[in-house]
Design a protein around this ligand. Sequence first.
Ligand SMILES: NC(=O)c1ccc[n+]([C@@H]2O[C@H](COP(=O)([O-])OP(=O)(O)OC[C@H]3O[C@@H](n4cnc5c(N)ncnc54)[C@H](OP(=O)(O)O)[C@@H]3O)[C@@H](O)[C@H]2O)c1
Length: 275
Amino acid sequence: MTLLFGLLGRNIGYTLSPYIHNTVFKMYNIDAEYHVIDVPESELEEKLKYIFERYTGLNVTIPYKITIMKYLDELTREAEIVGAVNTVKIDNKKIGHNTDIVGIELSLKRKNIDVKGRDCLVLGAGGAARAAVYVFYKGEARRVVVCNRSRSRAEELKKHFEKYDIDVEIVDWDKRNEIARQSDIIINCTPVGTLSEESPLDTTVIDSGKVVIDMVYRPRYTRLLRDAASRGAVIVDGLTILIYQALAADKFWLGIEPSEELFNAVERVLEDLAW
Ligand SMILES: NC(=O)c1ccc[n+]([C@@H]2O[C@H](COP(=O)([O-])OP(=O)(O)OC[C@H]3O[C@@H](n4cnc5c(N)ncnc54)[C@H](OP(=O)(O)O)[C@@H]3O)[C@@H](O)[C@H]2O)c1
């Protein structure tokens, strides 16, 4: 029987997910299809009944990453920490998971980046920022600073992590360049740079001793990353993270390990797309 997987969201015609997962299914000879499931909010509850009966796994995106949680039986620790679900496994139970944490971890590992003892700066305070904070905490960073446009959301993030005994410092958004200068590892978890030449930081704050990571994946090499590379920093791009977080979903659904061979095959497929 053909297994069904899909991306649940609204206005998601732009997604790269079918290209990623279909490549994996093909490489592993898995009889499966991956669908884009675009559902208006007013129809979500009714459509979910149908989806849960027929599908084996879902990815979930805007605007349902939080709404979906009330329809699930269990959450993994990663989903709990991020406070949002981007992957669901449907079996006798419906389990919600979040693969952004492992997506960042595997991308750092690929470049042999160790966060232990380093001073880390997270720009943004949404779901991606929560994943980044947890990666730095788990990797035993010396200091984790969050800098967000609205102070209230940064405070909300800090409060969320207090429940897990994880300490986060908050610095105002207008001090981001100052704090970036003192940081060893910087991750952009805002959408700044998406399909634009904007950067969340001044070029001059980056030097060759730093690691700069961008969650934005369109374009793959954002202005921030190009500036960072030109100043000798080590960079990690959002497309690499996107591929690893997708491969982590395939591991969660089907037990497939996210190997280098698989990563390279998916990367080739995405590079060939005109996007
Ligand atoms: N590569 C990957 O695999 C991957 C995975 C997840 C997310 N992402 C990307 O990461 C980015 C953040 O995603 P998310 O899920 O964390 O989104 P989110 O929950 O909506 O959070 C967005 C954060 O960015 C800040 N922000 C938004 N516009 C800004 C601007 N113009 N200037 C400064 N700050 C701004 C927001 O600040 P306020 O609180 O002030 O609004 C908020 O803290 C998106 O571009 C997303 O596509 C990539």
